[in-house]
Write a protein that binds this ligand. Structure first.
Ligand code: HEM
Length: 412
């Protein structure tokens, strides 16, 4: 068994099996562990330290390879060659601030809340497509099209027909290459596919009628007063990041939520008995079932975390999944609808706090409420076929499910 305190590796298949126990041991006994994988990195596991790395952008830089003053740069651990920078997440202030100021107005609560009816319609239409079967592969038949249609129809105004290709490229990018020991590695070609799509879209959109007042038109119009002009490469890097950020996150979180309900029929029954939204449940679902394992930064100066010296240029991975299970913040970390405070870090913290946080919450609230209304008696039909891929993300790739149609049941 690997010594995770001194030789951490999220690519080791034993991490996928026992990640919660491994991270719990690290929080208690070795809050900043060491990984020797590739270039090597620090493993930050306690809630307070994860929050600090997220907050102190002057000390822990996210700037992209090529622009960073330290290290190779960016948030990807042992980044393979050829991955385009992802913006604005791989930027530090002040340039990061300029991009957020351009994007933020399109993702405020006031801007997102009116999408509720559209998201509800999308959810019902997708369920209509498989409800008569009594079974589905939930990720392919609900989770993926759900996230794709929200992003393409409600947020980015991209042609719906382009989305399956993008999803396929994203899955290849994040979980693409399976190594001989069974672990997975990022596939740069998947990143390039999405970037090239975004670049072509930026170029062709100037001549098209597709974008009026939406976030893509804001990206097209972006200028900076005191600085180098914004290039089309940068615009494409922003659009490609939005495509990446909005799809697998929502898909995997809703799949994890439904998996949990299938495994916990009493909770499912409890939610069914009180129709309407369930904000406490959704917040707990985001805390526990989101696919983020960790992100990374580079130290811009010598510092320390929990007594561990960190040298300028070291890569520091901070584990959201560990922070979100830290008893020091959450007591018993199990799902708890009565939780009095839920300061989870699932949607990030500090300057890079999730741009899509209102969209994520609304999508999950509406999607889960439609699924509760329409699908009863959830069962995982083939537990052996539930596929979960783990590295810097932990993504549900396949979830075979059976259910009864609740509308049919009430008609009888
Ligand atoms: C359940 C769903 C989601 C989860 C769990 C999630 C999680 C996160 C986290 C943890 C970060 C911070 C990363 C860091 O500090 O390095 C982040 C940033 C970001 N998220 Fe999300 N996200 C979700 C949905 C979305 C959606 C729907 C969008 C839509 C566009 C989105 C767009 C972004 C962007 C652009 C950033 C970078 C922000 C910046 O650097 O300023 N996310 N997200």
């Amino acid at each position: 068994m690997r010594d995770y305190r001194q030789d951490f590796d999220f690519n080791d298949p034993s991490f996928a099996e026992g990640y919660l126990e491994i991270l719990s041991d690290l929080r208690e006994n070795c809050p900043v562990a060491r990984s020797n994988a590739g270039e090597g990195y620090w493993v930050v596991t306690r809630y307070d330290d994860v929050a600090r790395v997220s907050r102190e952008w002057e000390t822990f830089s996210s700037a992209w390879p090529g622009e960073a003053g330290v290290g190779p740069g960016g948030f990807i651990i042992n980044r393979p060659e050829g991955i385009e920078p992802m913006l604005p997440i791989e930027m530090d202030p002040p340039r990061h601030r300029e991009w957020r100021a351009t994007l933020n107005p399109h993702f405020t609560l006031a801007q997102i809340r009116p999408l509720e009816e559209q998201i509800k319609t999308i959810s019902h239409e997708i369920v209509d497509g498989f409800i008569d079967q009594g079974t589905c592969e939930f990720v392919r038949e609900f989770g993926a099209p759900f996230a794709e249609r929200i992003m393409s129809e409600a947020i980015l105004n991209l042609p719906a027909a382009d989305m399956p290709h993008l999803r396929d490229a994203i899955t290849r990018a994040i979980f693409g290459t399976v190594l001989p020991d069974g672990s997975r590695e990022f596939d740069p070609a998947g990143f390039t596919d999405v970037y090239e799509y975004a670049y072509d879209h930026i170029k062709s959109s100037r001549a098209s009628d597709l974008h009026h007042g939406d976030v893509v038109s804001a990206i097209l119009d972006m200028t900076i007063d005191d600085g180098p002009p914004v290039t089309d490469e940068e615009r494409a890097r922003v659009l490609y990041t939005l495509i990446f950020a909005g799809l697998d996150t929502t898909t995997s979180t809703i799949a994890g939520t439904i998996k949990y309900l299938a495994e916990n029929p009493e909770l499912h029954a409890q939610l069914l008995s009180s129709p309407g939204d369930h904000p406490e449940f959704i917040e707990e679902a985001i805390r526990l079932f989101n696919p983020g394992v960790c992100m990374a930064r580079y130290a811009t100066k010598d510092t320390e975390i929990a007594g561990q010296p960190i040298k300028k240029g070291d890569q520091v991975a901070f584990f959201h999944v560990s922070a979100n299970h830290d008893p020091a913040e959450f007591g018993d970390p199990a799902l708890d609808l009565e939780r009095s405070s839920n300061r989870h870090l699932a949607l990030g913290f500090g300057v890079h706090r999730c741009l899509g946080n209102h969209q994520a919450r609304l999508s999950l609230t509406v999607g889960v409420s439609v699924l509760l209304e329409r699908l009863g008696s959830l069962k995982i039909t083939a537990p052996d076929e539930v596929e979960i891929a783990t590295n810097q993300r932990r993504q549900i790739l396949s979830l075979p499910l059976s259910f009864v149609s609740l509308r049919d049941e009430t008609k009888q």
